[in-house]
Design a protein around this ligand. Structure first.
Ligand code: AR6
Length: 172
């Protein structure tokens, strides 16, 4: 059984097995959570990213966490840009979550933390994105394995309330 919960925190401070990065296809850093993760991890992570040859939307790639308290970064998750909802964005966003969780399971990781993928610069409405994030993670809840904890790491109180409402809905 995987425990799903939401917290408000800077994701770069979390001592989990892996944090997920809302990266771009170059994997070479950017603004927002991507920039924060690269700054905190240090130049060695950027070097490892250069060797990975980029990342397409929906793909997930893993690097070590270097100076981060997290052991690994699933950088990987390149989120969809919001274009009104009619361009397959929901499917792509669900893939980001699902493939990150599958990769964590493949690597035998016990805990992972997600930021609100695509809800910053990429413009995804938080309510819709959080619903997809929670529903996709919930599909894995009953699978056996080492992965025991999925954390939704929110950057604001408002985002945290949205996630908590969806998580409460799972229990109802
Ligand atoms: N810890 C947790 N969450 C954070 C942090 C942090 N340190 N910093 C920001 N957030 P964004 P996107 C939240 O824009 O929409 C980059 O330049 C933020 O409040 O980082 O997927 C990439 O290189 C928001 O809820 O990612 C891409 O080009 C969420 O993280 C592009 O932006 C995601 O916001 C990706 O855009």
């Amino acid at each position: 059984m995987i425990n799903l919960h939401a917290i408000k925190a800077n994701i770069t401070t979390l001592a989990v097995d892996a944090i997920v990065n809302a990266a771009n296809s170059s994997l070479l850093g950017g603004g927002g959570v991507d920039g924060a993760i690269h700054r905190a991890a240090g130049p060695e992570m950027l070097h490892e990213c250069r060797l990975l040859g980029g990342c397409r939307t929906g793909e997930v790639k893993i690097t070590r966490g270097y100076k981060l308290p997290a052991r690994f970064v699933l950088h990987t998750t390149v989120g969809p840009v919001w274009r009104g909802g009619g361009h397959g964005e929901d499917t792509l966003l669900a893939q980001c979550y699902g493939r990150s969780i599958e990769l964590a399971r493949t690597h035998g990781l016990g805990s992972i933390a997600f930021p609100g993928i695509s809800t910053g610069r990429y413009g995804y409405p938080i309510e819709r994105a959080a619903g997809i994030a929670v529903a996709t993670a919930a599909e894995f809840r009953d699978q056996a394995g080492v992965l025991g904890e999925i954390i939704f790491c929110c950057f604001s109180d408002a985002d945290l309330r949205v996630y908590e409402a969806f998580l409460a809905g799972l229990e109802a």
